[in-house]
Design a protein. Structure first.
Length: 426
């Protein structure tokens, strides 16, 4: 469910016409619906009532401070993958005690900052990381709450660039090697072994790979128990997909996903940690852009926008499909012609859609990329000297700019020319 719809012929986010936001902040901009975020969070977390489950929103999908603050108010924790994300989550009001930290390359600075902040859990992904963490925690005179992230070698039917739970992926500890590492973890100073974690990939629309991964995890938890290693937490990661195309299957229902977790872990007395990202934020956001030119090429026509892959990289990076909606509703009988929708960046891959069937859209008009609330703004760059775009949060009939566009002076101020370059060459 989302709260983007045409009303009186104009695409609205909740009660606000996107044209009004464009007049106020200029284009391109990201817009998020607080009602959609809230709805998704509630439906997901309510599916786990009675299961001792904690929802830690995956900050990598959308790290906007207002978005995180909204989720924090609903009781969300955070799954972070860098010191930067940890600080973002804490600054937005998510208590450290509700933060879990994953990632294959956590540095000394990041691990010690996490320990100093008192976060709930560090998901360790290798033996060298475990040994390093042990040393840092012991030297700080503290105990690191640890889960070992295992790689269950499950194939998830998703884009190869976003699968994480196969043997050849860099993530997690091979499930067959895991028992030895759990044994080691118990003996190391500074390590408080709390649990096991898994995350098999993202944009998964079928529950079967989750069922397989959970079954392997259950087996592991029971095998460890049999040798006296009692894990009290099981972190299941995220990965639930969302429909991008109208023909895509719908998201797996949270109730059905919760039934799987109950089946696999319900009798084990463990606390579950869930790290959904895309499912919460995906269709809570859109990227709105203006048509700069319509160019008639020799073999095809181009709709040239003022946003590029620096603003929304998913189509260029993963050949991802995003619905492109004219903000002004076209006449029902408007002819639909194939057109390439492109950005202004000097790269041939700066294409949002090839030969998309669209009604005529004139220069100056607005279009909206749907399902851009996850892995949208967070993956933006300033390539081609383009500033990061504003982000706007809508609530009912009001909207707030929750990230403003930097001024050219602010962008320039980040860089310095050393003195030796300022003097005339001698
Ligand atoms: C460890 C971990 N947890 C959670 C997520 C969130 O995934 P998704 O947005 O697919 O729910 C990711 C991203 O794939 C991840 O790497
Ligand atoms: N960035 C990816 C998802 C990656 C998930 C991170 N482990 C996307 O846009 O679909």
């Amino acid at each position: 469910m989302d709260h983007f719809a045409y009303k009186s012929g104009v695409l609205h986010a909740e009660e606000v016409p996107l044209t009004r936001i464009a007049e106020s902040v200029g284009t391109p901009f990201y817009v998020y619906s607080s009602a959609t975020l809230e709805h998704h969070y509630r439906v997901f977390s309510e599916a786990f009532v009675g299961q001792n489950a904690h929802v830690c929103f995956a900050v990598k999908t959308n790290g906007n401070k207002a978005v995180l603050a909204l989720l924090a108010r609903l009781g969300a924790g955070a799954d972070v993958v860098s010191g930067g994300e940890m600080r973002q989550a804490i600054a937005a009001g998510i208590p450290a005690k509700r933060i879990v930290f994953s990632g294959v390359g956590k540095t000394r600075d990041e691990l010690t900052a996490a320990l100093a902040a008192g976060i709930a859990q560090i998901n360790v992904e290798s033996e060298p990381e475990l040994r390093a963490l042990s040393e840092f925690a012991a030297s700080m005179g503290t105990l690191a709450p640890v889960a070992l992230r295992v790689n269950p070698d499950v194939a998830a039917d998703t884009h190869e660039k976003i699968t994480t739970g196969r043997k050849e992926n860099k993530f997690g500890i091979d499930i067959d090697q895991a028992p030895a590492l759990f044994r080691l973890a118990r003996t190391l100073p500074g390590i408080d072994l709390k649990g096991v974690a898994v995350h098999i990939g993202s944009q998964i629309l079928d529950l079967e790979p989750f069922r397989q991964a959970f079954a392997r995890l259950r087996e592991l938890v029971l095998a460890l128990r049999a040798e006296g290693i009692n894990l009290e937490r099981v972190d299941l990661g995220g990965g639930l997909g969302v429909p991008y195309h109208r023909d895509d299957p719908t998201s797996p229902p949270p109730d059905a996903y919760a039934a799987l977790t109950r089946e696999a872990f319900g009798d084990l007395g463990v606390r579950l940690i869930l790290e959904p990202g895309r499912l919460i934020a995906g269709n809570a956001g859109m990227l709105v852009s203006r048509v700069v030119y319509v160019k008639e090429g020799a073999s095809r026509n181009f709709l040239i926008l003022d946003s590029g892959f620096n603003d929304l990289i998913r189509p260029a990076f993963y050949e991802a499909f995003h619905e492109i909606l004219p903000v002004n509703l076209p006449a029902p009988d408007a002819p639909r012609e194939p057109i390439d929708v492109v950005g202004p960046i000097c790269e041939s891959s700066d294409i949002f859609a090839r030969q998309r069937l669209l009604p005529p859209i004139a220069p100056g008009e607005l279009v909206a990329f749907a399902t851009a609330g996850a892995y949208g703004a967070v993956m933006a760059s300033t390539y081609n000297g383009r500033p990061l775009v504003p982000e706007v949060l809508v609530r009912g009939a009001r909207f707030d700019v929750v990230r403003r566009r930097p001024t050219p002076a602010e962008m320039a101020a980040l860089e310095t020319v050393p003195d030796w370059l300022k003097n005339p060459a001698s």
